[in-house]
Write a protein that binds this ligand. Sequence first.
Ligand code: PMP
Length: 407
Amino acid sequence: MNDNPCTQIRHDFPIFEVSVDDQPLCYLDSAATTQKPNQVIQAVKDFYQSQNANVHRGLHTLSEQATTAYEAVRRKLAQFLNVQSREIVWTSGATASLNLIAYGLSDSLKKDDVILLSPLEHHANIVPWQLAAKRTGARIELLPVDAQGILQLEQAKALIENLKPKVMSICHASNALGNINDVAALIASSKSSGTVTVIDGAQSLLHLRPDLQQLDCDFYVFSAHKALGPTGLGGLYGRYELLNALPVYQSGGEMIDTVSFSGTTFRPAPEKFEPGTPNIAGVIGFGAALDYLAAQDHDALFQHEQSLYQSLLQQLSGIDGIRIWGDTANNVGTVSFNYKNEHHYDLATLLNTHGIAVRSGHHCTQPLMAHLGIEGTIRASLAFYNNQQDISRFIAALKDTISLLEE
Ligand code: PMP
């Protein structure tokens, strides 16, 4: 895909018409959150303007329409992921999904059971498991990752067979480095041990569009805002028998069958995990994001991202003193780097004066940064709406920043 279809796509994203600090925006922070196409913004606006009502509650027309639209998105997402719609639970995001799963699986964990994670994980895929371990006496073990931040697949498979973990929860793609992990191979290795497999898909839903039946994981979590959708919404897929067997996490209205002071009975999944009024407008907006994605040629978009990524890598590696981390051969288009011993914060602040939006810091992966022996990195993360001009502007600004720092 050349830059022409990309130019077309960029017109769908109104933020690129906005000036930030009097400069056109150069947005290289899509791993934090993606920009939203007009279709998503319009769907949220339309909902509040002409369809707003609560779901699953009223018999009146508007409420029925809202319920139908809301449930249609569950089916749309199920189709997108190639699973059943009753296997999709809406939550407020990947963080909430991981908490729900870690809390729920605690019931089946006991002392010395192994919860297998990796040093690449986001804090959201570490802390809920630490709490689960504390509650149950289970222990956390880590998959091997080398000094560059790359998961060591063969050693990892051997470790899985050896440890026979009760739970394995790993990211499909690292938010800090962009590495794509071969999660299918890890899941396959864990099958003979009956391990419950949880995939953190926060960074993979948009770039990799996984077929979850093919992946064969038990749970998969995501955030809608990292895949063109609104913030405050995410969800999880759970293999139905496992999902339905999980205990209730949060409770209240809508998730019950009957309530009396002698006891309460709960509805089956997914309802039993969705108490209270959900993020209806968010779900409707995400439905528009899924429609938008379905209308695009995914392979072409992925190739476009990858060619921008290669160009970014090549130009960055040509700058003396740049140290790039992670697996550059399997990557969703995120470059994480340092320049000599300069503080990442100083670089990002100076880049911002050129209108460049990148992230700097530990990226909610402090254990990974400790493993790499650094405090943080500068992270430039791409999405299909980026173009070659973004890369050129970023490289020019970086060179300018470096010469300023070297003065
Ligand atoms: N996991 C990964 C890999 C992430 O990148 C993020 C967000 N940075 C999360 C989990 C948490 O997502 P959210 O903040 O949307 O709940």
